[in-house]
Design a protein around this ligand. Structure first.
Ligand code: PAF
Length: 283
């Protein structure tokens, strides 16, 4: 199997039209590159479920705020391409001019979900994500698309958008892939200093603490969050942006934890912002 690289929307469309005419289902994994095992787990699952697998790499300027890391976001195309060589059929790498022409004006917003949790400190971020994913879905027209649980607000928001706008695509949300010491895999982990990388393992321990607290019979969200805060204090450099517990259907804050409730958090180590989450009813 040789990896086909499509650099234009037209080339990608020709590729998927041909695959479809052979009766193949299309699985799609949108990424911003700097691939790691978390991305590869999505690609492998897409491979299992579909005869044709498309991965996109596009660092989407619309989802970065003016003070954020768009310029320094890791771009490792040659390495990514090698990692994907035997894993997918087609790699789509459009450039920003193709995706957003000079007259571009149209955005997609999932009202009420774009400015909560991570959206509170990242105005415009989820509007940028929804817009690019809607556009990618229109280009690739996948049967199934794959997202990681680590970015749970993003994954749920994309599922909401797809249902609301009747995209004929199934959104699959797959488990977070972790380093052996528990840190959730993320392209941004590369920014961490040695000291911060070591301290960041406190996040997964704090999530374990939350699950344990619920298992012991505590369902009061404030109690669970209090335990998580306490655990995070063990890392002197951790600065909590938010910790909360939400309902996965409404994204509303919950006061009493249910089996499906999700604890989510954002923590900074220096300039690096890390996010993670866990379903509280799961062990
Ligand atoms: O999760 C990401 O890498 C990005 O937000 C996505 C979904 C590829 C949209 O740019």
């Amino acid at each position: 199997m040789s990896l086909r690289v499509a650099r234009s929307i037209a080339a990608l469309r020709r590729y998927v039209t041909a695959a479809r005419s052979r009766g193949q289902k299309i699985g799609f994994v949108p990424t911003m590159g700097a691939l790691h095992e978390g991305h590869l787990s999505l690609v492998r699952r897409a491979r299992k479920d579909n005869a044709c697998v498309v991965v996109s790499i596009f660092v989407n300027p619309l989802q970065f705020g003016p003070q954020e890391d768009y310029r320094r976001y890791p771009r490792t195309l040659a390495r990514d391409r090698t990692m994907l060589a035997d894993a997918c059929d087609c790699l789509f790498v459009p450039d920003a001019r193709q995706m957003y022409g000079p007259e571009f004006r149209t955005h997609v917003e999932v009202q009420g979900w774009s400015d909560v949790w991570c959206g509170e400190s990242r105005p415009g971020h989820f509007r940028g994500v929804a817009t690019v994913v809607a556009k990618l879905f229109n280009i690739v027209q996948p049967d199934q698309a794959y997202f990681g649980h680590k970015d749970i607000q993003q994954a749920l928001l994309i599922r909401r958008m797809s249902e609301d706008l009747s995209f004929p695509v199934k959104i699959r949300i797959l488990p977070t892939v972790r380093e052996p010491d528990g840190l959730a895999m993320s392209s941004r982990n590369a920014y961490l200093s040695h000291e911060h990388r070591q301290q960041a393992t406190v996040i997964s321990r704090a999530l374990d603490e939350a699950v344990k607290t619920v298992r012991e019979g505590n369902r009061d969200a404030e109690v669970v969050i209090g335990r998580v805060r306490q655990r995070l204090r063990q890392a002197s450099e951790a600065s909590v942006e938010y910790i909360g517990i939400m309902d996965p259907v409404t994204l509303d804050k919950v006061r009493m934890v249910e089996r499906s409730s999700i604890l989510l958090l954002a923590v900074r180590f220096g300039n690096t912002r890390l996010i993670d989450n866990c379903v509280l009813g799961e062990s």
